[in-house]
Ligand binder design. Structure first.
Ligand SMILES: [Zn+2]
Length: 366
């Protein structure tokens, strides 16, 4: 519903969303005046039609984009919800409840219970929006309640054609122990990867889940495919690929990938790196690597004074403590592999693909 009426000839929600969608791609200083212009127009519209939930939702997001205080734009939705919830149609109720739950989940803290209540009430009223089911699925997933998240991710994927929703459903299936179903979905998604059209994340996840299911050959093939594809690193980091190589026992490749990308050296990847060097018979290089890393950290600690932190003694002490912990963790990683003969475990966590689920979001919903 729009209100491009005689007294509001300039206000049409769809037109505003389209205009903002184009504007917000630029610099904030450039698009802020555009946002402010539409903020004024929306205020005028809502004054005449206080129960226009699309206008109220858009106004709240415009205020959010204008970097106003969280309270300001959340209150915008809360007021309309509290004033109108008993008289709204089911669809309008679902839209408002979902968008309010989005702000509670993403911008506020301690509102998890309210997120669930709002989403559940919108679902009871037959919400036609995938965003509602996604909101509740995320709420349960983040609480590690995967079995309750699962049917909601499935419903989201039924209502939206975006491949990422099927990807998220597949990730949740894996969490629930349905590896074969998860792999079957990822296979359908990654057929597009062969045409270089779909991002490599689904293919990577397929490789990891195959490795975790004991299908090492398929996982190995996928890992090598990913090393050959142009721009694959835009979607799958070198260290992620190195972890998959480690998981399938391709230690030489694992070393090569870690060498190609000098990351902050966490104990986790260092233990995989050192074990890989040991496995390919290069213990000498491992000893040199740990010696170099320890020397670098010691030098970094020795050099630091509070002056390097603007005179902040606590910041300096925190830095030194953090680096000292790192030093002892790296040494433990080395001793585990070379003295205690421990094989470091690999636990690759596949994240959900984040997606904005604010209904009518000018930045993401077009
Ligand atoms: Zn958005």
């Amino acid at each position: 519903m729009t209100h491009a009426t005689a007294e509001n000839p300039d206000v049409n929600i769809d037109d505003i969303i389209t205009a903002l969608h184009v504007a917000v791609r630029g610099e904030y200083a450039t698009y802020a005046p555009v946002l402010k212009k539409h903020e004024r127009a929306l205020h005028r519209l809502i004054k005449a039609h206080p129960d226009d939930v699309r206008a109220v939702s858009l106004l709240a997001m415009v205020k959010c984009e204008l970097r106003k205080n969280t309270r300001t734009y959340v209150r915008c939705l809360e007021k309309t919800f509290n004033d109108c919830k008993d008289t709204l149609s089911d669809g309008d109720y679902a839209l408002l409840a979902t968008n309010l739950s989005y702000f509670y989940a993403e911008e506020c803290s301690g509102k998890e219970k309210r997120v669930a209540e709002l989403s559940e009430s919108a679902i009871r009223r037959g919400s036609p929006y995938w965003e509602t089911y996604h909101a509740l699925a995320l709420r349960y997933y983040r609480a590690q309640d995967f079995s309750r998240a699962l049917p909601l991710f499935r419903r989201t994927a039924e209502l939206s054609a975006l491949p990422r929703h099927r990807y998220n459903y597949a990730v949740c299936l894996q969490k629930c122990g349905f590896a074969a179903d998860s792999i079957a979905i990822l296979r359908t998604l990654s057929t597009r990867f062969a045409e270089h059209e779909y991002d490599a994340k689904a293919y990577y996840a397929l490789g990891v889940f195959c490795a975790q299911s004991g299908d090492t050959d398929t996982a190995r093939g996928i890992a090598y495919d990913l090393t050959r594809v142009e721009n694959a690193e835009s979607y799958v980091d070198f260290d992620e690929l190195a972890e998959l190589m480690y998981a399938v026992g391709e230690y030489e490749q694992c070393v090569k990938l870690y060498d190609s990308d000098r990351l902050y050296e966490t104990a986790d990847w260092m233990s995989h790196y050192l074990y890989s060097l040991k496995s390919i018979g290069n213990a000498q290089r491992a000893a040199q690597k740990i010696a170099d890393s320890e020397r670098d950290i010691r030098l970094a600690i020795d050099d630091k004074t509070p002056d390097d932190f603007g005179g902040d003694e606590k910041a300096c002490a925190d830095y030194i403590e953090r680096e000292s912990t790192q030093l002892s963790e790296l040494r433990r990683a080395y001793d585990d592999v070379f003295t205690r003969n421990i094989t470091p475990k690999h636990e690759i966590e596949i994240p959900l693909l984040c997606v904005c689920y604010y209904i009518g979001c000018p930045r993401h919903s077009q």
